[in-house]
Design a protein around this ligand. Structure first.
Ligand code: ADP
Ligand code: MG
Length: 722
């Protein structure tokens, strides 16, 4: 194999005609046409059934299972009218993936005829094999029973592909013994827990009419698009989602010419296709743009209630991948597909609010006098400080390790950015009574024809992992491949814990005679005295911050191997148990699953490094050497001396690479580890550096070997040929 595949790929990409853009349809004609919405239910259900379902959806109240029969029948009629013959309980196992088991509506009658049928029982409960998904020891292979159960708060929808239409019902996934095997169950529990605690605080603040509190989530998804011709000739992209080899192209992102640049035509047609599907599925796609790295893009929806947003985020990832295929791309959501240029994250914007008091993290114009906001914001500050390592642990994956702390993404140290206005208000709280809020001011551009507009009260800080951005927090350390559920669970859980603490403190201070205002100020002062250390407004990438953070006692958990064991710490176990989100057994199973995934991910990569280096890169180097040495010898025979340095260099690099391959091969042969912790450290400290070393030699070879001998599509081709 020489570079023929590459040449073919380039010409195929060049000759490719982009799919013609579809005539854009009116949003109203597209919106939620593939969703079994409340209004469709209202039109097709008996009044009392609809009222009962709507009550559960809007208040999170108990589901009356007796309505399921009527809902199922209406759902089936709607889905079959859209062409569905099958339905699927969709669930979210601990792998970050989405799983579904398809069953036909078909029911065979005694006379051999068939009808379609979808009963309440089947809607409410399914029974996939519980042992075939990672469960961290919660289920053995022989204890196979697992259940999926209908989540009425996340609407059912139909998924249409070229191969047919399927009714999809979002569900939770639990074991026969009742333990959560998925990412949705804890999310729902964490929403309920934070609602309960928030309502207590709101009532103490004097509100009498308090609606259930929900958390909101708007997740910004970054991704790369690579033409399928290139991606399919790269075993590493196919199997691991990232390039394990590849010399950075001469041009990367140094000109800043891609960020917010004009979207390439082929990509824009793709994006519009994605958005149309999202609109049909009721997912409010809102923002699209080129990202910093060449070939990198971003998609952000309008925010939604956390549970629905989380299901929609999973769907968005599915749609991106599916649609990319149609357009001849491969969509890479790995956190670091290419070395030397930015990787991809998923900023999770998060807030809490309800129908009666609105967004509880909205500071208003004068935050210093907005006690409600200050208490909720203070609760977040306390939670992030107390449980920072947990926030680090929920974004810990093998792939995200390439990004965090690499001066393109937030550092592994978890701190809170408040912006100058709020930082100042909280400083005043530490010093005593907050008296004033800096005014945001207006932006006068000094040109009469340009508008004067109000300025935000605080700047942005790209280097903070957890930043307040006006009326919400933005958790910026989340990986692009991850389910948003884990981060949301962590944020809701620490908030529930902190708000319960706030309510307890207010209760006891007021019982001792303090008035509300005095009690609340005392609570806030205590938050700042004990936890103000977590607030940091400076440059999170700087060396200086690493020093300061250490002095402040903030953890710096650099790798997944360092961070995941936090899930086993007593104080984290107590937190999840106390708040009622995960039992100790469920939490431990999560550690087991995530640790195993980390180890497996690195193991697969290491094996692939070995096989690619041996069977693709080594042969290329040797062929080139043979040609070079032949030329040197032939020329020598006629009395011409050709320089020999190149041949020597290639020979030395090839030898160094094969030596390193042997070391890596020996290293992955070790299997006797006392604990998963020990195994993770080994993967992180021994295997990964050896992989990097092999790559170093291979990439150096790429810089020496004749281009027409190099079989792997290059960075230049993958990133710049569209
Ligand atoms: P930026 O890149 O400037 O951070 P984007 O527009 O790309 O902003 O994304 C901001 C995200 O934050 C959007 O998904 C938006 O809907 C979401 N968002 C806005 N307000 C809230 C809120 N109250 N709760 C959760 N998410 C929110
Ligand atoms: Mg953004």
């Amino acid at each position: 194999m020489t570079h023929e595949l590459r040449v073919q790929a380039v010409s195929q990409v060049t000759d490719r005609k982009p799919l013609p853009p579809k005539m854009p349809q009116r949003l109203e004609a597209l919106w939620a046409t593939d969703v079994f919405t409340l209004s469709k239910m209202q039109a097709s259900l008996p009044k009392d059934v609809f009222k009962s379902v709507k009550h559960t959806v809007h208040t999170g109240g108990k589901l009356d299972v007796s309505v399921a029969g009527a809902v199922a029948a209406a759902m089936k009629d709607w889905a079959t009218s859209k062409g569905a013959l099958y339905y699927a309980h969709v669930f979210y196992p601990m792998t970050n993936a989405t799983a579904e088991k398809h069953d036909g509506f078909i029911s065979v009658q005694s006379d051999g005829s068939v009808i379609t049928e979808f009963t309440g029982k089947v809607l409410v409960q399914g029974e996939p094999d519980g042992s075939s998904f990672p469960n961290g020891g919660l289920r053995s292979t022989f204890e196979a029973r697992g259940y999926t159960a209908w989540d009425v708060t996340s609407p059912a929808y139909v998924m249409e592909t070229d191969n047919g239409v399927t009714l999809c019902v979002p569900t939770v996934f639990i074991s026969w013994t009742g333990e959560a095997l998925d990412k949705k169950t804890p999310l729902l529990r964490s929403i309920a827990a934070s609602s309960k605690a928030a309502i207590r605080v709101l009532k103490l603040l004097g509100h009498t009419n308090v609606a259930p509190v929900n958390s909101s989530c708007g997740a910004e998804q970054e991704y790369f698009l690579v033409d399928a011709h290139f991606a399919h000739s790269r075993p590493d992209l196919l199997l691991t989602g990232r390039t394990l080899f590849g010399k950075p192209a001469a041009k990367g992102q140094q000109f800043d010419d891609h960020y917010f640049g004009a979207i390439p035509e082929r990509v824009q047609v793709f994006m519009q296709d994605v958005e149309e599907r999202m609109y049909r599925l009721g997912i409010p796609a809102k923002t699209r743009h080129n990202e910093v790295a060449p070939g990198q893009f971003e998609l952000a929806p309008f925010f939604e209630a956390a549970n629905v947003a989380s299901d929609h985020q999973q769907l968005t990832m599915t749609i991106l991948k599916m649609t990319a295929k149609k357009h001849g791309f491969v969509c890479l959501m790995h956190e670091k597909p290419f070395a030397g240029i930015n990787g991809s994250g998923k900023h999770v914007n998060w807030s809490v609010g309800n129908a009666t008091q609105g967004n509880l993290l909205d500071p208003g114009d004068t935050p210093h006098s907005n006690m409600q906001f200050l208490l909720f914001c203070g609760a977040v500050i306390r939670g992030v400080h107390k449980y920072g390592p947990l926030l680090r642990a929920v974004v810990a994956t093998a792939s995200n390790d390439h990004r965090l702390g690499a001066n393109e993404a937030p550092p592994a140290i978890i701190s809170v950015y408040l912006g100058s206005q709020l930082e100042n208000v909280f400083k005043q709280i530490s010093a005593g009574q907050p008296e004033s809020s800096d005014h945001a001011g207006v932006m006068d551009l000094g040109v009469d024809t340009l508008p004067v507009f109000p300025k935000d009260p605080g700047d942005r800080n790209r280097t903070s992992p957890f930043a307040f951005t006006g009326n919400r927090f933005e958790f910026r350390a989340v990986g692009s491949n991850q389910s948003v559920s884990g981060p949301l669970v962590a944020m809701n859980t620490i908030l529930a814990d902190s708000l319960t603490w706030v309510a307890d403190e207010l209760d006891s201070k007021m019982a001792a005679g303090a008035d509300l205002s005095t009690a609340a100020h005392a609570v806030l002062k205590e938050v700042m005295d004990k936890h103000g250390n977590v607030v940091y407004g400076g440059n999170g990438y700087s060396e200086e911050w690493h020093k300061i953070a250490e002095e402040r006692g903030l953890a710096n958990l650099r790798t997944t191997a360092d961070a995941l064991p936090v899930l086993k710490a007593d104080y984290i176990e107590e937190l999840f148990d106390r708040v009622g989100v995960l039992t100790p057994v469920e939490l431990e199973s999560r550690f087991d699953v995530y640790a195993e995934q980390y180890i497996l991910a690195i193991d697969v990569e290491a094996k692939l490094v070995i096989s690619m280096a041996k069977t693709i890169i080594y042969p290329a180097a040797v062929r080139y050497l043979s040609e070079l040495s032949g030329a040197i010898a032939n020329l020598k025979a006629i009395g011409i001396a050709l320089e020999q340095e190149t041949a020597e260099k290639v020979a030395v690099l090839t030898k160094s690479m094969t030596d390193m391959i042997s070391k890596l091969a020996a290293a992955i042969d070790k299997h006797d580890f006392a604990t998963p912790e020990e195994h993770m450290q080994y993967s992180s400290q021994t295997i990964r550096p050896l992989m990097d070393k092999v790559r170093e030699y291979a990439d150096a070879l790429e810089g020496e070997v004749a281009d027409d001998f190099w079989p792997l599509p290059t960075y230049q081709e993958m990133l710049f040929v569209k």
